[in-house]
Design a protein around this ligand. Structure first.
Ligand SMILES: [Mn+2]
Length: 360
């Protein structure tokens, strides 16, 4: 149990310690299109297992992570399955401990799932999403009462023998944890708990340079990304009478700005700064489907809409899914009509948003 930091259901860190001790070759798996938390939590654990426990450890990405996180990725062994499928499969097959980070099921690692499922290695899950696939793992640490997988990992590591404080962790591990938490809380804007500030405080005291991390995350964009943001906000943003904001980005829009993977990651949050917007959707065209991100204000469930209308799920106020064509909509040009329909049906079942002036 991690007293006072996480729910009492989080027990078994002695088992975790034993699991680490028994392992020689470890693979850490994360979800496809890995975000800052998936990347930060996995490089943090990899750094700890290599530098503190002396294990062979590799992070396996289903597809390429954004170059934004290059400052962490260059420092631990990583393999991208979409680039080196055979090597990724061999590593997973020969591992004696498989760790899934920041996803509730190994199925979110897409093409790696079969190899994961067939493996007889010990299996560990560390996650903060709803509905963990507990049956597929030997040990599960899962709670939604934490900002990020990185924060959950932080408290788990601090409960292990020999780790007295964040200062006992390798600097790369500490930097990775701060990065993951910062990304998932949108730099302390959402999903923040008292323990989240405590974690940040501990990491800063241990010597993490937060200014340097913030510069990498929010001050190193390409000009294209900022111009695309301006273009999309002026040309693509639509807001329904019920307070659903949405942007549908077609392949040609993406190409017009020569955008790179991960560059539109936070765009979905921007419309939530408009008073009458209750939820925001961002759709990006892929091969035969749209990738869908959903964000919502407190009291409106992004995860319910993602589950009911976009084959997805996630957190209460930050979720994602997919919209297939022609299975869900006749063609890609019908996405806007579909969003209008499902958000109207969804939002009309809820009480209207109380504006700030009404609640004062
Ligand atoms: Mn996360």
């Amino acid at each position: 149990m991690i007293e006072g930091k996480l729910p009492e259901s989080i027990v078994g860190t002695d088992v975790l310690d034993a699991m680490f001790s028994a392992a020689y070759r470890v693979c850490i798996l994360v979800h496809s299109h890995p975000d800052g938390d998936a990347i930060g939590s996995s490089t943090a654990l990899c750094s700890y297992l290599r530098d503190v426990r002396g294990k062979e450890c590799t992070v396996i990405f289903p597809d390429s992570p954004s170059s934004v996180y290059g400052f962490l990725l260059g420092k631990v062994p990583t393999v991208t399955a979409s680039v080196e499928p055979l090597r990724a499969r061999n590593l997973v097959q020969s591992a004696d401990l498989l760790v899934c980070m920041d996803m509730n099921s190994a199925s979110r690692a897409d093409g790696l799932y079969e190899t994961f499922a067939a493996s007889t290695a010990s299996k560990l899950l560390i996650d903060h999403h709803q509905n963990p696939d507990e049956a597929s793992f030997d040990l599960v640490f899962s709670t939604v009462s934490t900002s990020s997988a990185s924060e959950l990992l932080y408290w788990l590591l601090l409960s292990l023998p020999g780790v007295r404080s964040a200062s006992s962790l390798p600097l790369l591990c500490a930097e990775s944890l701060l990065t993951g938490m910062t990304c998932d809380t949108n730099n302390f804007a959402n999903s923040v708990f008292p323990s989240t500030f405590e974690m940040a405080s501990g990491l800063l005291a241990a010597g993490v340079d937060r200014d340097a991390v913030l510069l990498k995350l929010y001050g190193s964009y390409r000009e294209n990304r900022v111009r695309a943001m301006g273009g999309f906000l002026s040309e693509k943003l639509k807001i329904t009478p019920d307070g659903a904001a949405y942007m549908v980005i077609m392949r040609e829009d993406w190409e017009r700005y020569s955008l790179e993977e991960g560059e539109t990651e936070a765009f979905v949050n921007i419309p939530l700064s408009i008073a009458r917007v209750r939820m925001s959707l961002f759709l990006r065209e892929d091969d035969g489907f749209f990738r869908v991100s959903v964000r919502s204000r407190k009291g409106v469930s992004a995860s319910t809409l993602a589950r009911d209308s976009f084959h997805g799920g996630g957190h209460e106020n930050a979720a994602g899914g997919k919209l297939f064509f022609p299975a869900d909509i006749p063609s890609r040009t019908e996405a806007e009509a579909y969003i209008e329909e499902v958000t109207a049906r969804f939002l009309q079942t809820m009480a209207p948003l109380r504006t700030q002036t009404e609640t004062i």
